[in-house]
Design a protein around this ligand. Structure first.
Ligand code: REL
Ligand code: ZN
Length: 434
């Protein structure tokens, strides 16, 4: 094919990025088999269901809960009162204060607007009634097809916390997710609170005790193998606080137990099964516990701990993302040193346009095409529509600039070259690393 002129690049990149189906490597979405608490045309509603979707879930996303408490503080509407309100009442409250009484220009507010717009719903009268009615008429099964098609997402990776009772019971009942949804075995308590994890595992019939050694190690490995098989998990994952260190502080008994579990249970089983291990580092949970999911904080983490782990376990593969803007540069540099380290996504508080552009640009400059620019972290199905729309545009903008620089330096670039690279970014790098 013909080399592109520099003026054609922007349009070609943007078309390639739009056209390329995404494999979303980290979400909190579920296939309909997991049940939905959202009233809909297919009924019946399962209040404990895990698949969130629809208007009221979109508007009550925890990002927006944090934002509404800034303008209607807890001294006016106490946290408990808010959380006791119905979903519809909570959504009405957020809509009134963040969309009607002031303009919805934060990224989370804009996300709701993009989502409704992409679905062809008009809320310019600033009322939610007609949109709410439209959502009630949807059937989750069909609606998933529609959202995935509109968002051009080909595969959704779930987050499946094995220490979560509602989740665990569903797997024990033999749930079979829709093949477009793939499981990730999520194991935070194993590393962060070994005594509590051990107690639960013992009650489930695994011969583990608080002391990490001998039989406990064997039995904990058996636990992981059983759950990898049950979920058919494609990788293992957890998130870690900014204070996490590898190696652990020898004076900190809890951290030492976590390290022993990591070195002797998690990583050996990952290696034996050929599975990658994902670490999302930098979230300090419950800085304001009354805000629930919205109450977590960001903190600067330790990139040296990641490099130490990658160096010590060359036979393991690590997906790593960090929450603090301050860590992004060192993390990208670390990935230059270790081929078993795959940097991914702009996570949570850095998933904002200004930071996505900054981080993606820097990663291209340091890592070329060898990283995973984004995941959605969607908690509500419909959010795929905005998360990927916004990210695709930003990624395309960065790539166009970088391709133009190459062409200015005399490189002959074709549409096929661009499409090949974009396929790596949105799908191939993840799949190949698995
Ligand atoms: O997977 C995680 O640990 C986080 O992404 C979530 O806990 C977080 O609440 C999520 O909604 C952020 O986007
Ligand atoms: Zn997440």
């Amino acid at each position: 094919s013909q080399p592109l002129h520099r003026d054609q690049i922007e349009a070609v990149v943007s078309a390639a990025v739009q056209k390329q189906p995404v494999v979303d490597m980290h979400t909190h979405l579920y296939s309909p088999a997991f049940g939905t608490p959202v009233p809909n045309a297919a009924g019946p509603v399962d209040p404990t269901g895990l698949l969130l979707w629809g208007l009221d879930e979109l508007v009550t996303y925890h990002y927006l809960i944090a934002e509404v408490f800034r303008v209607v503080p807890a001294t006016v509407l106490p946290y408990d009162t808010f959380f006791k309100m119905s979903k519809v009442e909570q959504a009405d409250h957020i809509w009134k204060h963040l969309f009607v009484e002031r303009s919805p220009i934060s990224e989370a507010c804009r996300g709701v607007l993009t989502t409704l717009h992409k679905l062809g719903l008009d809320v310019s009268d600033r009322k939610l009634d007609s949109a709410r009615k439209w959502f009630k008429e949807q059937k989750p099964g069909d609606y998933i097809d529609k959202v995935m098609e509109l968002a051009n997402v080909e595969s959704i990776t779930m987050t499946n916390p094995v220490f979560d009772d509602g989740e665990r019971e569903r797997w024990l009942r033999g749930i079979k997710p829709d093949p477009r949804f793939q499981a990730v075995l999520r194991i935070d308590p194993l590393l962060l609170d070994w005594p509590a994890a051990a107690k639960k595992m013992a009650s489930w019939g695994y011969g583990v005790s608080e002391e990490v050694g001998g039989r406990t190690i064997e039995e904990a490995r058996r636990f992981l193998r059983d759950w990898i098989d049950k979920q058919n998990a494609i990788y293992l994952a957890l998130s870690l606080p900014p204070s996490w260190r590898y190696p652990a502080d020898p004076a900190d008994a809890a951290a030492r137990a976590g390290q022993a579990i990591l070195e002797q249970v998690i990583l050996p089983v990952c290696a034996e099964r050929g599975l990658a291990f994902a670490m999302m580092i930098g979230s300090r949970r419950a800085a304001n516990p009354a805000l629930r999911d919205a109450g977590d904080m960001v903190g600067t983490s330790d990139v040296d701990s990641v490099t130490a782990l990658a160096a010590r376990f060359p036979g393991n593969r690590f997906f790593v993302t960090m929450l603090a803007r301050e860590n992004q540069h060192a993390l990208a540099v670390a990935a230059r040193k270790f081929g078993n380290l795959m940097v991914f996504g702009c996570w949570w508080f850095v998933n904002n346009p200004s930071l996505i552009t900054e981080i993606t640009k820097m990663r291209v400059e340091l890592l070329g095409t060898s990283f995973i620019p984004q995941h959605s972290d969607a908690r509500v199905l419909d959010q795929l529509l905005y998360k990927w729309d916004h990210s695709r545009k930003l990624i395309a903008g960065v790539l166009a600039e970088k391709y133009r620089d190459a062409v200015d330096a005399g490189w002959k670039l074709t549409t096929a070259d661009i499409e090949r690279d974009v396929a790596l970014y949105l799908k191939g790098n993840f799949r190949n690393f698995l």
